[in-house]
Ligand binder design. Sequence first.
Ligand code: ADP
Ligand code: MG
Length: 678
Amino acid sequence: SYILEDQIDSVKGSVLNGNKEPNRVEKDRKLRKALPIYSYREKLLQAVKEHQVVIIVGETGSGKTTQIPQFLHEAGYTKHGMVACTQPRRIAAMSVAARVSKEMGVKLGHEVGYSIRFEDCTSEKTIIKYMTDGMLLREFLTEPDLGSYSVVIVDEAHERTLSTDVIFGLIKDLGRFRTDLKILISSATLDAEKFSNYFDLAPIFTIPGRQFPVEIHYAKAPEPDYVCAAMKMVLQIHLRQPPGDILVFLTGQEEIEVVDEKLRDLTRGLGTKIGELVICPIYANLPNELQAKVFEPTPEGARKVVLATNIAEASVTIDGIKYVVDPGFCKIKTYNPHTGMESLLVNRISKASAKQRAGRSGRTGPGKCFRLYTEYEYEHDLEDNAVPEMQRTNLANVVLTLKSLGIHDLVNFDFMEPPPSEALLQALEQLFALNALNVKGELTKTGRRMAELPLEPMLSKMVVASDKYKCSDEIITIAAMLSIGNSVFYRPKGKEVQADNARRNFNAGTFGDHLALLNVYNSWKWTSFSTQWCYENYIQVRSMRRARDIRDQLEALVKRAEIEITSNLNDLNAIRKAITSGFFLHAAKLQMHGSYRALRNHQTINIHPSSVLAQELPPRWVVFHNLVLTTREYMRQVTEINPKWLLDIAPHYYQLKDVDGPKTKKMPHSQGKSRISH
Ligand code: ADP
Ligand code: MG
């Protein structure tokens, strides 16, 4: 929902301006010294001096992320280069950078900055740079020897994200050439042996934790509806338990918004005798300005309840948490190499996650963790550890990155745990289909341009193809709008009809969602980016501003990839052909009963009810942006196409019989497999 502009500015001000009040700085210094890591400062610096690679293990909250870069700076490591510290999540990179700049009494973006996709908050002055692991990976593309860095800290290594796993391989190799580069691998879990073995038996530096006992409570019977159960639990804690803040783990933004709203409704009815419940959501797409709220001290007499995604499991530490509510679920990206489709699915967490979550309640005193599953479920249904992303995701992007780094022999690349060969093969096939690789598996000119853009391969192909169709201006806008997710339209309670009517104005003659999004953006642009216009049209102004920022960044990157910015707004077919050039692998054909069949794998799929096309006579042929699985498998962001385009654009992939007549497509799989080298 909308927040008053000046309210945002005041929150923003408190995060962005380094705090120079002497009392505050003094207080921060005391807090710093109280962190467990502080007494290990000298020993740690000694270990880094003596070894090129050091593995650091310490409980969450012990001060690894905020303090180690400062120690290294104080010890002089920033004299000849920056200290980089990677984070799997952008929100962690931002909030930690804000925190550290405050501790050092400098302005965020000056000496201490952060770099995340589409947002570079650093400057010439920057010496400590927090960044997402994905951004460090991209740094290898522009500066393969990481010459501007003297230290690289791969933080939260236990999360084993795709980018972190690839960085391991690259940095291990780089370390052999750059003997002056210090490499620190930091992890919150104790299975550091694996990292040590991989990095040629690098020493393990352990920071003993300071964990208070945590009482674990299990559900007596399995919970059919964990969202509802979580709300009930929060209220029970609030009414019956002594003071202390609550942390609730939910799976995503939508769930968090539902719980946020319901809890507000419920507590309103409690009357004034009960202390105030301050509700703070935190998730990846939460506007920067609002993230700070979660770290603010809880007002006297009130109780804070933090509604968080997995973000709060390890990468972000919120002080004052005494109660954890753990429903036992998280959302993970799952890739099915047989169908080539990726979807976000709600899954049970691992035992390791459950322990980590519980631990969050015992940082400043004894805590309590309420697991909304039974002890039997914990023992029997939870795996010991989560499967690393590398083992369960689409590797096309990683393969493209490695290829553009000149690494051709992917099968023998030094992965800590090699990905399944089937997934590697699928990635190569996808890149071949997109013309990013030639039959020998070498990068093509198209592929090289695609690799310059920080987008998934199908999106980057769409952008590169827009050059040919002279519509890069429009395609960049569409790519930016797709990148902000499903947060463009605003549909407040009680105003659904007005909101839907407003939305309909953008749909006419658009052939689907992509052009409708373009319409929204351009209409906003023509009002000179008016906030009022957004309000009137039920458009989320924050999301639009983010889209504008992303668009600006993309435009610069596209120019760098030597693509001219040209507008072709009168030729909607050209724009749709550019979209098809990126997404022809996501083509689908209407079936008798109103659902669709994916051409690639014959899967039955449907148009998502939120799509422009869900309101109209269903078109025979479409391409879609992605799939979501709820009650059914749905296509999100769908556009009508002419099937002939598939033949023109991807003659190596589709044949006449695929788009013509009743017979369905045979995948040119076997051909592809034997022809592509990898
Ligand atoms: P670790 O990396 O070992 O988990 P951190 O360095 O992230 O530990 O956190 C150390 C302490 O710094 C936390 O206990 C918390 O008090 C404080 N802290 C970290 N990030 C923030 C922030 N964004 N705002 C306020 N305090 C923070
Ligand atoms: Mg940390």
